[in-house]
Design a protein around this ligand. Structure first.
Ligand code: C5P
Length: 223
């Protein structure tokens, strides 16, 4: 039994990888499975929130009672977030968004030719979390939570990343094994410092995270 600590709250979550097209049949993606984001969506719904999950391509089932919007590229994810963000109390960016997209995707399948290999140019994708964190509108702006997967110096990088993104809470994943795994160890960074949530399955960590967010939004009492 989960207490309904998020009753009456609207929570928007991004999850999974993004897929950046090269041509109609090829693209660039990453190893995010979406498991952590989907676990967060499930935990938020169990806690009584109205949950919208904007998901890159994954093989996962939609958690019960969650509204899911499927996207492929980072730009599509940004557009979907922009369309859904008004009236949200909390925004949790769990997606592993590609930093770059192919600037010159082909509208037709690229053929193998004698004249050599294709040259891809890249351009930067929007930073969805930083964009939402920077929003200041009359509709209020949501309590923003970010994730970070660093391969080294997590404690130092995590605190710096929280400040750079302009967010009150950043969740750091410890270790390299997190993509695709069922377990995780996370560190929460807020304005007071950091707290470690010891290794556990992603759903129990997601429930703990929702409880930590609930305490903080009640303290801020934004709405
Ligand atoms: O800067 P970095 O990619 O490590 O930041 C990770 C956090 O920022 C995650 O919460 C991720 O969902 C979010 N992010 C985003 N849009 C991007 C890149 C990252 O929302 N283009």
């Amino acid at each position: 039994f989960q207490p309904k600590i998020m009753a009456g709250k609207r929570i928007l979550i991004t999850a999974g990888p993004t897929f950046e097209p090269i041509d109609p049949v090829r693209g660039i993606t990453n190893l995010s499975s979406g498991k952590m984001g989907y676990a967060v969506a499930r935990a938020a719904r169990e806690a009584g929130a109205e949950v919208t999950l904007i998901s890159g391509p994954t093989a996962l089932a939609t958690p019960f009672g969650v509204t899911r919007i499927d996207v492929q590229s980072a730009q599509q994810m940004m557009d979907a977030v922009n369309r859904s963000i008004d009236g949200q109390h909390v925004f949790i960016a769990v997606a592993a968004v590609a930093d770059w997209r192919v600037a010159n995707p082909s509208t037709q399948k690229v053929k193998k030719t004698e004249s050599g290999v294709p040259v891809l140019q890249f351009e930067e994708n929007p930073d969805i979390l930083a964009t939402i964190a920077a929003r200041t509108t009359l509709a209020g702006h949501p309590y923003c939570v970010g994730f970070a997967a660093e391969s080294e110096n997590l404690v130092e990088f995590g605190a710096a990343k929280r400040e750079r993104k302009g967010i009150p809470l950043l969740v750091g994943n410890i270790g390299h094994q997190t993509f695709g795994a069922d377990d995780n160890t996370i560190i929460l960074f807020d304005e007071h410092g950091h707290t470690i949530l010891p290794r556990a399955d992603k759903l129990s960590l997601a429930r703990q995270l929702i409880s930590e967010i609930s305490k903080r939004i009640n303290k801020h009492s934004l709405f």
